[in-house]
Design a protein around this ligand. Structure first.
Ligand SMILES: Cc1cc2nc3c(=O)[nH]c(=O)nc-3n(C[C@H](O)[C@H](O)[C@H](O)COP(=O)(O)OP(=O)(O)OC[C@H]3O[C@@H](n4cnc5c(N)ncnc54)[C@H](O)[C@@H]3O)c2cc1C
Length: 521
């Protein structure tokens, strides 16, 4: 029997900050278990009718564009100094913008420190829970998201970009090639239609075939009658009681009015930059370095995956923008193989963007005739990318600016990232493989593009078996602050190689079980 530490009464609520993959899922799961939940979301409640099928306009409508700063030797700090990470600000969070690739971590990845050993300069740890403990929640996540190739749901059909990747990979002798797994319906499922293959999932998905917390979790939570969704409400601080337990959230509504919302449990799910920022900004006499930061881990060990793209030009049209954009997976390099000279593995997936975004991310600063020639051949381009495990380093971190604050008086976040040698070795291996695949398929020219703003943001409030190694315990509750949980990607103990959202959702379902059992005990 778990200790009855929350002492829930009928009026008690769980307050969740952020309605994306972690927060939106947790809200629904708690409501379905009978708990009253308040969901604070900094962004607007946008309806699908407002979405525009234009990836650049959609980026500007959906993204978190509040000012940030960046430092470190990663090229992103130079190319995108005020927007180093790419995530969203609206009801549904980044699940309104994502591409739907849904893969599981492996047991080996969850034991990164044990498997890779002592990689100098890193702060690797093992996850404080096993894959076997997470598997039942992966099953539930795949069912609720309608993941293709699971539960009898058909696979994504191949598009032209996939066919290019497939033939190149086959000629190189690669074996683990498929169209992958997606939380995008290929047949009608859970009252959502099948994809019409229009290639605009990342523009918000007007059609509604792709799972998001905006179109699945939050409507179901609202139907339960237990969710109080407060859009355009920005949390600026978290308060604790005399025993040091979380007890209230301070937030500012759309009219600029500041509120104090009491809570039996506070869950932070603001994505990997905003969550540590909020904890650091909630310092008090008892927690002088920020909430849950007694061992100094809040904001540290930030991970963003080694995501690199190769764009290639072919003699004939590819029209990579047609069909679901990321319907392809090669898993041959996904496992740790010390003979390659670096720790960890990487997956190969498709990449495709509209013309303006391709031009912007191809090589920022590139201009002139050669650039124009490449862009003129957009119809003949194919895109392929790697997502690989980067190494945690204590100095890769989110900190608060000492000089600049935002409109809410909260210090602006700085994101510092230095590439580790392991990251560079993996990146170079990946570039060679991606280029070889396209060349084997007949590419006449291949371009290794630099990383764009980080879309897989992880690890900055990590789970750990011991309080001295991280911020959270195995249930995502702060080691140091009772009743304070984290439900987003910042909780990852290590990054693994695969796209993270399925794991964020599985962890949120598991956390809902834990919070609900505590509340009822
Ligand atoms: C273009 C793109 C494509 C992607 N494709 C994939 C993919 O194919 N597969 C995959 O696994 N992942 C993908 N991702 C990544 C995935 O979307 C994220 O990993 C995931 O959504 C992160 O979930 P989260 O809960 O950590 O945060 P989010 O989903 O970003 O949600 C955080 C929410 O918190 C809100 N918030 C923040 N601070 C506050 C505050 N102070 N007060 C109130 N609200 C606040 C934000 O506005 C936001 O709505 C993609 C990302 C991008 C940008």
């Amino acid at each position: 029997m778990l200790a009855p530490i929350y002492e829930f009464s009928a009026d008690d609520v769980v307050v969740i900050i952020g309605s994306g993959a972690g927060g939106g899922t947790l809200a629904n799961e708690l409501c379905q278990r009978g708990l009253k939940t308040i969901l604070l979301e900094a962004g607007r409640h946008i309806t699908p009718a407002e979405f525009v099928n234009d990836d650049w306009a959609a980026y500007e409508m959906l993204s978190w564009l509040d000012k940030r700063t960046a430092s470190g030797n990663w090229r992103v700090a130079r190319d995108h100094p005020n927007a180093p990470s790419w995530h969203c600000k609206l009801v549904g969070g980044t699940t309104v913008h994502w591409s739907g690739c849904t893969y599981r971590l492996t047991q080996a990845e969850m034991q990164a420190r044990s498997l890779y050993g002592d990689v100098p300069g890193t702060s690797l740890i093992d996850w404080p829970l096993s894959l076997a403990e997470l598997e039942p929640y992966y099953d539930q996540a795949e069912r609720k998201m309608g993941v293709t190739r699971t539960n009898g749901l058909p696979a994504m059909p191949p598009n032209n970009n996939f066919k290019v990747m497939y033939w190149g990979a086959k000629r190189l002798g690669l074996r683990e090639i498929s169209t992958g797994r997606h939380a995008i319906n290929t047949v009608p499922y859970d009252n959502r239609p099948a994809t019409i293959q229009d290639g605009f999932s990342v523009s918000g998905d007007q059609h509604g075939a792709r799972w998001s917390t905006l179109n699945v979790e939050i409507p179901k939570a609202l139907e339960s009658g237990r969710l109080d969704l407060r859009a355009s409400c920005r949390a600026t601080g978290i308060e604790h009681d005399n025993n040091g337990a979380a007890k209230a959230v301070i937030y500012v509504d759309a009219n600029g009015i500041t509120h104090r919302q009491a809570a039996a449990v506070v869950v932070v799910a603001g994505n990997c930059i905003e969550s540590p920022r909020l904890l650091l900004n909630s310092a008090s006499g008892r927690y002088p370095d920020g909430l849950a930061n007694g061992f100094g881990h809040v904001g540290r060990h930030y991970l963003r995956h080694i995501i690199q793209t190769v764009w290639s030009i072919f003699p004939h049209p590819v029209n990579m923008h047609r069909g679901e954009l990321m319907g392809g997976l090669i898993a041959d390099f996904s496992r740790h193989d010390p003979s390659r000279g670096f720790a960890g593995g990487y997956y190969i997936e498709l990449n495709a963007m509209g013309l303006p975004t391709t031009a912007a991310f191809l090589n920022p600063g590139w201009w002139g005739r050669d650039f124009a020639d490449v862009i003129a051949q957009y119809a003949n381009m194919a895109g392929i990318f790697m997502t690989g495990e980067d190494m945690p380093q204590p100095g890769n971190r989110v900190t608060l600016s000492e000089t600049e604050t935002d409109a809410f008086g909260v210090p602006v976040a700085n994101l510092h990232y230095d590439d580790h040698l392991n990251d560079l070795l993996m990146r170079n291996h990946g570039y060679k493989t991606l280029t070889a695949i396209h060349q084997a398929a007949g590419a006449t020219r291949s371009i290794e593009a630099p990383a764009y703003p980080a879309s897989h943001n992880l690890g900055s409030n990590r789970m750990s078996a011991k309080p001295e190694d991280g911020v959270l315990d195995r249930n995502g509750e702060a080691h140091e602050v009772k009743n304070l949980f984290i439900a987003d990607g910042s909780a990852f103990a290590s990054g693994g190689a695969c796209n993270p959202t399925l794991s964020i959702v599985a962890l949120a379902i598991r956390q809902a079980d834990f919070i609900a059992k505590r509340a009822q005990s």
